[in-house]
Design a protein around this ligand. Sequence first.
Ligand code: C5P
Length: 288
Amino acid sequence: MLVTRAPAKINLTLHILGRRDDGYHELESLVVFSGAGDTLSLSPGDALSLEVSGPTAPAAGAGDDNLVLRAARNLAERVEGLTLGAFRLEKRLPVAAGIGGGSSDAAAALRLLARGNGLTADDPRLYDAARVTGSDVPVCLASQARMMRGAGESLGPLLRLPLLPAVLVNPGVPVETRPVFARLGLQPGERVEAAAHPIVGDGAPALELLALLSRGRNDLEDPACLQAPVIVDTLAVLRAARGCKLARMSGSGATCFAIFSTPKAAARAARAIRTQHPEWWVKTAALR
Ligand code: C5P
């Protein structure tokens, strides 16, 4: 049996540059990953199947549209004689939450199929299968910090960034991605006038990274807050937490993150938020 982690993806920044003729939005985003995530295993075999367990399994479902199965089918279309098998997903991340849970599961499935079939990590068929499965799947293949551009398919070099002690909070409201983008109101072919994304240096020290992040933003925050007003409260709670250096929404929401100077400060804030909002999903995480 082959096993891999499917870590949560966090967009530290997400700048919208415009809308392409194909309807997708062109963006620039600094993406990092967290220790928190799902676990996926594969028992190689001829038949493709999926079983899902874990706290958020009911929301994720194990149907044909689960991204694990879609990714596997997309790879099978590209690799003749691909050995598939039985996937088991331990689902812990909230679903439709802006932290790429489904995308990370899909990328994990591709990594496991690559291992089971002796494909190298740089095999272009893996990347192609990732791209057609979803915009966030290519960046989840390596699950390491990098800039993501285009609609998500264009990836910058891997970045070595300092560990950022963080708290992730999801207020329990699923947010569908498509209507959040639609609320930007951009027409196909339309460009946005915006300041250039700050350049993130490989190996940037934590203080420099934080200063740079504070000059960035998530352009989906306002439309997501209109769709799910509880995100406004989530951000307010994080910003009020003792020691919070920066709080922002990830992806199209509703999960928000806050960065702290030390893991201890992050853990203390997480405890306080859990007491205040026992119904929210609150997780300490080391982002990098
Ligand atoms: O690629 P994916 O299926 O994950 O995207 C879901 C939806 O989000 C798309 O149908 C599209 O409406 C929107 N989207 C977008 N621009 C992106 C990524 C996603 O408009 N860069």
